[in-house]
Design a protein around this ligand. Structure first.
Ligand code: HDL
Ligand code: ZN
Length: 419
């Protein structure tokens, strides 16, 4: 059935976007068997580090005093300053209200106590099932850090990611702090030399392959500073060249680079203390060009890097651009970035990931993304219909499936050593 009026197109787009189960390609969520590593409930929603940063602009509390409060007291402090004393118009504030609404609560009652009491009746597994169903999410990709003692213990006990959760091998301490991490790896039995030599390469690769074996990760990932450079005569440059990329080719595992974070510019704020900087994208260009048999997932944190990242993806098929990361995940920017990507890459990109740290966040992060994507796709299809091209409902559904699911899995499965 071909659609020609804008309203017909919008209706078909809205249904397709709503009905398409999503693969969420980057989150900080965990399957229920990882225990309290998975954060959920209203107090975790309210103490999300995005809201901690925002409350510090109104409250006079000293950060160190805030951290001494209980989780519930922290949540109530944020609720008072950001929700009761003023309207929660920020993206993170709106998100809490939309999460409550989609969970069947009435945010209009502003009755935090009742939300807390109702959620306390649920088990973690029940909440995971309910939240993923409401958000229509079919796959959740985790962030798994072998250097986090608590998480390491879960993996060492033999636990695995439970469907529909999938593991990712996150490597920030190895790539961004090798000097200290080397000492820990030696404690774990990896016989690393003082200088970088064949022994170091062999043992670092052994460490990586041990964890690839444990986790069966969909990709290896790292967050990188705006100063990230490649090639670079540094520990990071050598480990990427000698270990990450050879194993990526051997095991057909993508390397995800999340570039542009200035860590801890205000350490007193904890996770809320990270900042952003424009990166030199030539590092990505050099990697893509020198390693055509590797595949790279890339997202960047600075708005100023977004246009050149989209243009770079036009040059290299082994680059998959993904998400509107962190400070990019605001409607004014996600709308701009998604239109720019579609105008330059057609539908060959992954428009969003939730980056959720708290389970219920996927409800609002994906509600907001679906609203944005519906607007963008309606405009794009209307532009095409205006030329006399017939827009078919089935074609819309196929495009939406690519954007929200298939582009990721096709890229994960594609082996660039065999192209
Ligand atoms: O490094 C990352 O994966 C980032 O997403 C950080 O976790 C950041 O604190 C975050 O949650 N951003 O949304
Ligand atoms: Zn993240």
């Amino acid at each position: 059935m071909s659609l020609q009026s804008r309203e017909e197109i919008r209706q078909a787009v809205s249904e397709a976007v709503q009905n398409q189960p999503i693969t969420d390609v980057h989150t900080h969520l965990y399957s229920a068997n990882f225990g309290d590593l998975l954060l959920w409930d209203i107090d975790e929603l309210l103490t999300y580090h995005y809201l901690v940063a925002e409350v510090m602009r109104w409250s006079d509390i000293a950060p160190e005093d805030f951290w001494k409060l209980t989780k519930q007291e922290q949540a109530e402090h944020i609720w008072q300053h950001l929700f009761l004393d003023r309207t929660p118009v920020s993206e993170a504030g709106r998100g809490v209200l939309n999460a409550l609404k989609e969970l069947g609560f009435d945010p209009g009652t502003k009755d935090l106590k009742s939300y807390r009491e109702e959620l306390a009746k649920r088990s973690t597994s029940e909440q995971i099932k309910d939240v993923l169903e409401r958000a229509n999410i079919s796959n959740v990709v985790m962030t798994n850090d072998p250097f986090d003692e608590k998480e390491r213990a879960v993996w060492e006990s033999g636990k695995k990611a439970e469907a529909p959760f999938h593991a990712v091998l996150r490597l920030d301490p190895l790539l961004n702090d090798y000097g200290n991490t080397k000492l820990k790896l030696r404690e774990w039995g990896y016989d690393l030399s003082d200088e970088w030599n064949d022994q170091s390469i062999k043992e670092t690769q052994r460490f990586l392959e041990d964890w690839i074996g444990k986790m069966n990760p969909l990709y290896m990932a790292v967050s990188l500073p705006p100063t990230f450079a490649f090639p670079e005569d540094s520990d990071r440059g050598r480990i990427i060249r000698d270990c990450i990329l050879p194993l990526g080719r051997k095991h057909n595992i993508a390397f995800a680079m999340m570039i542009g974070v200035k860590k801890q510019v205000n350490p007193a704020l904890g996770d809320a203390g990270d900042f952003v900087g424009k990166a030199d994208i030539s590092a990505v260009q050099n990697l893509l060009s020198e390693f055509p048999q590797n595949k790279f997932l890339v997202t960047m944190l600075s708005r100023e890097n977004q246009h050149e990242l989209a243009v770079l993806a036009r040059k290299f098929r082994n680059l998959m651009v993904f998400g509107c990361w962190w400070f990019m995940n605001n409607p004014v920017i996600t709308n701009e970035i998604t239109r720019m990507r579609m105008e330059m890459l057609n539908t060959s990109f992954i428009p969003q990931h939730s980056d959720a740290r708290v389970l219920e966040q996927v409800i609002y992060k994906w509600k907001h993304t679906r609203l944005m994507l519906t607007d963008v796709l309606t405009d794009k299809y209307a532009d095409i219909a205006e030329t006399g091209w017939k827009i078919e409902k089935e074609a819309i559904e196929k495009d939406v499936k690519d954007l929200l699911h298939q582009n990721f899995w096709r890229f994960i499965e594609k082996d660039f050593t065999k192209l």
